[in-house]
Write a protein that binds this ligand. Structure first.
Ligand SMILES: [Fe+2]
Length: 178
């Protein structure tokens, strides 16, 4: 067995875990689509090493915190669930950094989360955050489209405008590695 921080469940185990924790079917389907999209993005990257296995399992489990709440806190809860089960810290971080374009301290405070930075740092974290923005449920959309819908629903709030910029920066960064 590898070191604790390296423990990654396999695909079947991850999907079974989502079922056991009663993650709604719609969220499970969304997670599988995010995994497909994240793998598609990752497989185009030529100028850097990406851990495809981590991408797949991380994407499948990114919304595991939705077993408790669909609010912003699901990101933190997801991280907690994975740590408690002894899984890779990398998986926990993927959960914590996938919301919007990641959250800085100010954003976290605004949405009622502990004032900490939850920004995607590693390439795997960035790819899953981006893939998640491309999947509205199980439907693939452009980043522009995704944010336009959020702008219509919530207004052009500071947090959304900042998030859009961050995601566009991540997208550009990833494209430059292709
Ligand atoms: Fe989520």
């Amino acid at each position: 067995m590898g070191k604790k921080e390296e423990i990654l469940p396999d695909r079947e185990f991850a999907l079974e875990l989502l079922r056991i924790l009663k993650i709604p079917l719609s969220v499970r389907r969304h997670s599988e689509k995010v995994a497909d999209k994240a793998i598609e993005i990752a497989s185009k990257i030529k100028k850097a090493n990406v851990d495809i296995n981590l991408i797949e399992i991380g994407a499948l489990l990114h919304d595991i915190g939705r077993s408790k709440t669909h609010g912003f806190k699901h990101a933190l809860i997801g991280g907690k669930i994975l740590r408690q089960r002894g899984f890779s810290e990398k998986l926990a971080r993927i959960c914590e950094t996938h919301i919007l374009g990641g959250l800085d301290k100010e954003d976290a405070k605004n949405v009622g989360l502990p004032e900490k930075e939850y920004l995607p740092i590693t390439l795997e974290e960035k790819i899953i955050c981006l893939a998640d923005k491309h999947m509205a449920g199980t439907r693939e959309v452009s980043i522009q489209n995704r944010f336009n819908r959020w702008f219509q629903k919530y207004g052009r709030s500071k947090i959304l405008l900042k998030s859009k910029k961050r995601i566009e920066k991540i997208q550009k960064e990833i494209e430059e590695l292709m």
